[in-house]
Design a protein. Sequence first.
Length: 302
Amino acid sequence: MRGTEFAELQGFMAIVEHGSFVRAAESLDVTPSALSQSTKALESRMGVQLLHRTTRRVHLTEAGKHLADRLKPALNEVSAAVTDTSLLATRPRGRIRVHAMRMGSRLYLEPHLPDFFDAFPDIRIDVTLDDASLDVVHQGYDFSIRLEEMLDQGFVAIPLGPRIRQVAAASPSYLERFGYPETPADLGGHRCITWRWPGQLGSYQWEFFKDGQWLKVTLDGVLSFNDQRIALEAAVRGAGVAFWAEDQIRPYVDNGELIPLLTDWSAPFEGFYLCFPRQHQNSAVMRAFIDFMKQTIRMPSD
């Protein structure tokens, strides 16, 4: 249907509603003569007379009544659709799929979800916790929360927190039995608890920094998990030496359950980012999530 044809139908229904060309024209912000001409064009195109015109009143013909009865619910539905769509600009509605690394979700997503749903009650969020690196868009996700080293090229990336420093740690009981490693090379003689990236058979390489260079150490752990938190809890129980983010082991250190090791060999690296395709900034639903994350997450000092 062309725009002029839709305008003719709107004009006809305004006449039906108001019973007068003058009042109908006022409601549409057009002149009575313009409305009269559009009605005549509609009647000519349809080949039937829709209205009986008198000096005081406008009456529907049988054809006019039939058209009005069919048009009223259809135009009401069109109006409701336009209104609902316009509301998306002020009250976004839809579903968001997020792929998040476990630690990133725990730090930067989960604590803020109650506030997000208070602000945007018509948005639903579907979260997948997974430390694997994958093609976010190809897998149907809208956003990812991942480390800087895993960012997608060409995507927008917003930092969510400070840089991260990983340190080795062991329980006092373990160190009393086996002693303290003085260099990363000494770890080869210790019971190390390693961690695997999802989908990888080999263990994650422990990374240290000295004299301006990064050093990667590959260890054959006595224990190996696919979850860092479980590896850390095993270290708390005295099973061996674990390696994880310093802020995550700090509660155990404060409680005297773990002792940091080789801290002179540890250096910070870029932390977690919110990553998404650039075109998401044009969507009201996606924009709501992006702006909320930017405004809510306050980056602490290193």
